[in-house]
Every structure is written in structure tokens, then in C-alpha cells.
Design a protein around this ligand. Structure first.
Ligand SMILES: [Fe+2]
Ligand SMILES: [Fe+2]
Length: 174
């Protein structure tokens, strides 16, 4: 991610305005996470999934705390917090719900790792510190979901972000 920043070149360093826009994308992701965890924690069916359903309920509350923190940083930087969540995918299948959550957490972790570097490049060390604290919880979420799926925790070292534009609303995938 440091290389990505360097590749932006000295002619186009990240600005405060860019950081506000990126944090607003993060906020839209946090809203999506709140909705996903609220819905999934209450609709996961099957005895095998009861423990993870309780865990997802805890995640919902943590995602709300993240949204509040990110919104506060956007306000501090002089921006206006986003109001629309990213697209929420739903499924009747428990393992698919967990898969959607895990993919979202993976993407969120990659985004926040980049954000820490970007905040520090702008001298916004306190914002970077707060995002580090969120990152610790996102990695806990990732571990919980991977464990529930019976998989090793994904290695995100070389993971890049999807390039498509932002989707909003809800889609049911069966
Ligand atoms: Fe979050
Ligand atoms: Fe999370």
C-alpha cells in the first residue's frame, strides 16, 4: 500500500479533500456492515449457527461504533458525513451470509490499512490511531467469520480493492 501511495507520484499527493472522500466511502461500508449484521444475526437458521449468530449481534454494535468514529473524523476534517450505505447482499443460505460478511471484512481491512498510511502522510496521526483501533476489531470480525466457515484466516498482504463503482440498496442472492 505504501507503493500504491508512492505510485500516485509527487504531482498528485493525496489531499485532505481526497481523505474526506475516502473516509466517506469507509462510512458507507460501515453502514452496510451494521445492516448486514443486524439482518444476518437475526435470520441465521440452524443449531450449528447459533453461536456465530450471537457473535454477529456483537459485530453489529461494534460496526455502529465504527460509523460514529468515522463520521466524527469526517466532521473534524471539515467534510459532511455520507448518508447512504453500500449495497447489502442477503441470502437464505447461512454459509453464503457468512461468506458475504467475510468478503466485506477482508475489503474493509485492506481499505483501513491504506487509510492509516494516508492519514499519517497528511500528518493526521490521531485519525490514523483511531482507524488502527477499528482495524483491530475488523480483524477480530474476520477471524470469527473465517473460523465459522471452517477456513484459515485470509492473508490480505497482496489483496487489492475491487475497481467497480459503488452500489447501493439491497440485493438477494440465492
Ligand atoms: Fe467496521
Ligand atoms: Fe467489521
Amino acid at each position: 500500500m505504501i507503493r500504491q501511495l508512492l505510485e500516485m507520484g509527487e504531482d498528485s499527493p493525496l489531499t485532505r479533500t481526497d481523505l474526506i472522500a475516502l473516509l466517506n466511502e469507509d462510512l458507507a461500508g460501515e453502514y452496510q456492515a451494521i445492516i448486514s449484521y443486524v439482518v444476518y444475526s437475526q435470520t441465521l437458521k440452524g443449531a450449528a449457527y447459533m453461536a456465530i449468530a450471537a457473535e454477529l449481534e456483537k459485530h453489529a454494535a461494534e460496526e455502529l461504533a465504527h460509523a460514529l468514529t468515522i463520521a466524527a473524523q469526517i466532521d473534524y476534517l471539515g467534510g459532511s458525513p455520507e448518508t447512504m450505505p453500500n449495497l447489502v447482499k442477503t441470502s437464505a443460505k447461512a454459509d453464503e451470509m457468512l461468506r458475504f460478511d467475510l468478503e466485506n471484512e477482508n475489503e474493509t481491512i485492506v481499505r483501513y490499512r491504506q487509510r492509516v498510511v494516508q492519514c499519517e502522510a497528511l500528518g493526521e496521526y490521531a485519525v490514523a490511531e483511531l482507524i488502527r483501533e477499528i482495524l483491530v476489531q475488523e480483524q477480530d470480525h474476520q477471524v470469527a467469520l473465517a473460523t465459522a466457515l471452517g477456513e484459515p484466516v485470509p492473508d490480505l498482504t497482496h489483496r487489492s480493492l475491487p475497481q467497480q463503482g459503488r452500489a447501493i440498496g439491497t440485493t438477494v442472492i440465492n
